[in-house]
Design a binder for this molecule. Sequence first.
Ligand SMILES: Cc1cc2nc3c(=O)[nH]c(=O)nc-3n(C[C@H](O)[C@H](O)[C@H](O)COP(=O)(O)O)c2cc1C
Length: 181
Amino acid sequence: MLDKSLLKKISKRKTIYPNQFTGKKIPKKTIEKLLNVANTAPSHKLTQPWLFKVFSGPSKYDLAQNVYHLNKKKKFEVILNKFNLSSHIICICIRKSNKIPYWEEIAATAMAIQNIWISLVGSKNIGGYWSSPKNIEQLADFLKLKKNEECLGLFYLGEYNIVKDRKIIRKNIEDDIEWYD
Ligand SMILES: Cc1cc2nc3c(=O)[nH]c(=O)nc-3n(C[C@H](O)[C@H](O)[C@H](O)COP(=O)(O)O)c2cc1C
C-alpha cells in the first residue's frame, strides 16, 4: 500500500529562492542531518559519487566573488545579496569513479540532492534552491577539485518565514507515459 501522506509530502517539494530567505544561520547539526540523508541516495556499484563543499559564514563572500567571476553579466551586489540571505551554500560536486558511466554518477548525485530537497518539506521554514551558473566548471581551482572531480551546481539553503505562492503548471503526466500491458 502506498503511503498517501508521503506522496503528498514529496509532491510539495518546491524551490524557495534565496530572495525569500531571512539570512538567519541554520544550525550545523541540521545541515549535517540533511547531508546524512543525501548520503542514503542510491548509486550504481555504490560509488556514492557526490562530494559536497559547504559554505557558510564569511566563506560565502569568497564563494560569491568566485561565482561573480564566472559570468560578469550579473552584478556582484546581486550575487552577494543572495549569498548573504542564504544560510549555507552547498557546491554540488561529483567524483568520477570510472567504474560506471558518468551519467549514472550525475544521476546519483542529483538523487542525493533530491533527498535533501524533499526533507525540507517537513521543516516548514527551511528552503532550498538549485542553481547551475554558467561556466561553473571554472570553480574547480577555487574548490580545490581534483582531476576526477567536477562541480555541477550550487544548492542554496536558507530559513524563510513566508513564501509567495508560485503557480507552476506542469505537463500532464499522461502525455509522457506509454503503457504496455
Ligand atoms: C539540475 C537543476 C538545475 C537547476 N538550475 C537552475 C538555475 O540555474 N536557475 C534557476 O532559476 N533554477 C534552477 N533550477 C530550479 C528549477 O528552475 C525549478 O526546480 C523549477 O522551476 C521547478 O520549480 P520547483 O522546484 O519549485 O518545483 C534547477 C533545477 C534543477 C533540478
